[in-house]
Structures are given as C-alpha cells and as structure tokens.
Design a protein around this ligand. Structure first.
Ligand code: NDP
Length: 463
C-alpha cells in the first residue's frame, strides 16, 4: 500500500521537530502537525521564556550589588510590560525559526490537531492522511491537583500571559517549576510564599543540595512552608486563599500550582489505533521508543521517561537516524546533566550521595564558599556548595552537584567528564582556571566522609 508519508510526526515541540527535520534530511517524505505553537512547551511556556524571566530577576540584586563595586546606580523598580514584550518577541522569533527549519528540511507542515483514525491513518485538521510510520511527540501539560477550588489557581503556562506581576504570590510544589517560579517572582519584586509537601524541595536531588537550596530560598526572603499538604483554594475578591491541611491559611493575589505535568494524550485517538498507555496516561515504549505497534513510536514528555528538552531532542534525532539514516542508535539516558534555575541555580549529573551510598563505598568531597563577588557585595544566601561523589574502589566520579551561581554552565563541562567515566585523579590532574568557582571541582583535596559499603565490610569482618 502506498502511504501519503513515510513518517508523520504528531507534535511540533523539541522532540517532534528534531525527529521530523532529521528524517526529512535523510530523504524521507515527512509530515508534521502542531495544533498550538511551534517549539512546544520549551520554546513557548517553558525553558526559554522562564530563563528570560530568571535572567530578568537577576538584574535587581545585581543593580543593588553594583553599588558595592562603586557604581552609582539607583534601581527604581521593574517594568513587567517591558520584560513581557522582549520575552514574547524572542519566543515569536523562535516559533518562526522552528517552522522555517522544518520547511527548509522539506517536511510538510500542518498547523492542525492530529488524531488517530486507525493504526496508519490520521485526521489532521480537515484532512485525512496515511503514513507508514508515525511518531507521537505531543508532550505534556501542567497537572491540576485534586483540590477544592483548583480552578482559581494558575498553572505554569499562565505566568507567560500575566498582564502584571502579582504583588503577592503563593507557589505550590517543591519541584523544578515550584522553586524556579518562587525564585524568579521573588527576584522581580513579588512577595512569595512557597509550600511543598516534603520536608525539603526537589525530591530526588542530592539531600545536601536540597538542604542548601531550602536555606537559600529562605535567605532571599521567600516564606517557605515545608511538609504541608494543601486542603482547598478559594477566591476572595481579587485575591486567593489557600488552606493547608495543617489548618494554616495563606493569602495572596495569585496561586501557582506547580505539581507536576501529565502526558498530553487526550484527544489523540490512541484507542482507535490500539496504542497502550500506562497508569499515568504516558505512552508505553520499549528501549527503541517503539509503542506496542511496531510502526508507531513515541518520544519526549508523552513517554514520561526523563522529561527534559535536550533528552527529547536527542531521542528524536536518534530515532530519525535509526529509521531513515542507516545509523541505528539510541540516545543514552545515563548520566544526563540537569539544571534547576532556582536562585541560586543547581547543576547536577550522575549519582547523588544517597544513590551511590547504596551501591558501595563512596567518598564524598564537598566545599562551601562565598563566591568572590559576594565577598564584596556581602549579599547573604549566595554561598556555593559543590560536591563530588566518588567510587572508593574504581575512583570513578559517579556524580557531581553544585548549588551556586553559574552551576548550570559549569555542570555542562563536568557532565562530559562524568559521562566519560573519568576518575577523581583525572579531575585532580586537571589544572584549575583561576580565579573561578569551577576550579574547586579540580582542587577538592580530602573526602569530607566515606559512606556505604557496610555490607562488604561486614563480610570482610566475618571472613
Ligand atoms: P516536579 O515533578 O518536578 O515536582 C512536582 C512537585 O509537586 C513536587 O514537589 C511534588 O511533591 C508536588 N506535588 C505533586 N502532586 C501534588 C499534590 N497533589 N499536592 C501538592 N503537591 C504535589 O514537577 P514540576 O511541575 O515542577 O515540573 C514538571 C517537570 O518539568 C519536571 O519534573 C521536569 O521534568 C520538567 N522541568 C524541567 C526544568 C528544568 O530542566 N530546569 C524546569 C521546569 C520543568 P512530591 O515531591 O511530594 O511528589
């Protein structure tokens, strides 16, 4: 049977665009549909506009701090509308770029919703198309908790359409978005309350980093309510009232609910094609990102594996190379470096201390210091924490973590070393760049402690 397309991609976000573009470059006849905006979450309501706002938030303290370096600066506040216009212009530029990249590669672009009619047929807007292979790359969307009054809360997408900055804000959730939004809104001048249900933010991150971040959040003036479940939300005039399960009542102009994201599979007609999902609604895939139908693949956040843009892009690229480039390969999910753009940010790659400890004897190297800039500015709450997690036997650096200014930039390079399996001695043999914060990663002399390996030690004792 002749199909309209060799490959049809549903979803024009990071994963889908990369996959479509590369497949078209390999000579495949590619169609791609996007119903909302080219570039998906990352470009439109995620990484890009968020990072611009994080950068905007940095200028307030910098303007203040500049005085300590002799600058005669008075900061008269922040104009939200200027930031909004600049941010939206950049997002619009990227939207256009993504579309042009696809067209330039020879893909057929549909600005329409697509859904399965059967395993090879899709309804794309008004058209019906068939494809030999189909890739689902529809991403995710913010979850709304099962909470009385939930509709008067904002979700992360809403930050990017707000007409003005709320004077007072409550952020619910201690994950990536919760801590990033709390930091950027606080930096732009809002009075922020942050509440999460664990004792510390960022479950899954290295415990010491989590503790240091909790301290930093409080030091920048965010009111933190840890270990709290939420009970109900209600509107009171223009304001919002959030009641915690403890009975505590928090009030603010706006409440952001940052409680995770769900795969956006609704309305896709997966049942019509017989494509399986898991209990969270994510499309089940094997190691090659194939679904239970061998010609249908799913990539990016809709698979709920490691929901990071560069991971999605890498998977999309590898899939296109595999299917059409005569280069079968998989993107590796191991040692993926990641960053949280909190204030200060966190960069992290590899195992946490807690994970490594379970595997065997592990040396932990740490350092804490005040960045040079802040020895002059005297700004509180900006201490840097760096950590290496080292396998005591093989000497391999299993993990690296940093909370502090420039952590994401620094961690990209350290990520190469950890991925390459370099040892602590390789780190030590590398000459530092002076004076930088990054040089601390190659000058950590003696371990702060050795953890794990009790089982082996007990076995030795018995012998
Ligand atoms: P996360 O999964 O990171 O965090 C969700 C937070 O919400 C956790 O603190 C969780 O608590 C809490 N939570 C979940 N359900 C409830 C509930 N019913 N009531 C109260 N609290 C609840 O999700 P985010 O929304 O912050 O971000 C979504 C994903 O987007 C991230 O996981 C990440 O993959 C990606 N992202 C990446 C960024 C980056 O790379 N810098 C930036 C932003 C997002 P608990 O820990 O107890 O489950």
């Amino acid at each position: 049977m002749a199909y309209d397309f060799d490959l049809f991609v549903i979803g024009g976000g990071s994963a889908g665009v990369r996959c479509a573009r590369i497949a078209a470059g390999h000579g495949a006849r590619v169609g791609i549909a996007e119903a909302r905006f080219w570039g998906g979450t990352c470009v439109n309501v995620g990484c890009v506009p968020k990072k611009i706002m994080v950068q905007a938030a940095e200028y307030g303290p910098w303007a203040e701090d500049a005085k300590a370096f002799g600058w005669d600066i008075e900061c008269h506040g922040h104009d939200w509308s200027v930031l909004r216009a600049a941010r939206d212009a950049e997002v619009a530029r990227l939207n256009g770029l993504y579309r042009r990249l696809l067209e330039g590669a020879g893909a057929t672009v549909f600005e329409a919703h697509a859904r399965f009619l059967d395993a090879h047929t899709l309804q794309v807007g008004e058209e019906r198309v068939t494809a030999e292979r189909i890739v689902v790359a529809v991403g995710g969307r913010p979850s709304r908790p099962d909470l009385k009054g939930v509709d008067c809360g904002l979700i992360s997408d809403d930050l990017f359409t707000l007409e003005k900055r709320p004077e007072t804000v409550i952020v619910v959730g201690g994950g990536y978005i919760g801590v990033e939004f709390a930091g950027l809104l606080c930096g732009l001048g809002s009075k922020v309350k942050l509440t999460y249900r664990q004792k510390l933010p960022l479950r899954g991150f290295d415990q010491e980093m989590r503790e240091a971040l909790a301290d930093a959040l409080a030091a920048q003036g965010i009111d933190v309510f840890p270990g709290q479940k939420i009970e109900s939300l209600e509107a009171a005039g223009d304001g919002r009232i959030l009641t915690l399960a403890s009975g505590q009542v928090l009030e603010a102009d706006a409440v952001f609910l940052a409680v995770g994201r769900d795969p956006a599979t609704e309305g896709l007609g997966l049942e019509a094609a017989g494509i399986e999902t898991n209990e969270r609604g994510a499309i089940r895939v094997d190691d090659d990102h194939a679904t239970n139908l061998p010609h249908v693949y799913a990539i990016g956040d809709v698979t709920d594996r490691l929901n990071l843009t560069p991971m999605a892009t890498a998977v999309g690229h590898a899939l296109a190379d595999t299917l059409f480039g005569k280069n079968p390969r998989r993107a590796s999910y191991d040692n993926v470096p990641k960053a949280v753009f909190s204030t200060p940010p966190i960069g992290s790659v590899g195992l946490t201390e807690e994970e490594a400890e379970k595997r065997g004897r592990t040396e932990i190297y740490t350092t804490r210091f005040t960045p040079m800039r802040h020895t002059i500015t005297k700004r509180e709450g900006r201490r840097t924490l760096m950590k290496l997690v080292v396998d005591a036997e093989s000497r391999k650096v299993l993990g690296a973590h940093m909370l502090g200014e420039d952590a994401p930039e620094i961690m990209q390079g350290i990520g190469i070393a950890v991925r390459a399996g370099l040892t602590k001695e390789d780190f030590d043999a590398t000459i530092g760049i002076h004076p930088t914060a990054a040089e601390e990663f190659v000058t950590l002399r003696s371990p702060a402690r050795t953890v794990g390996g009790e089982e082996e030690e007990a076995a030795d004792d018995a012998a």
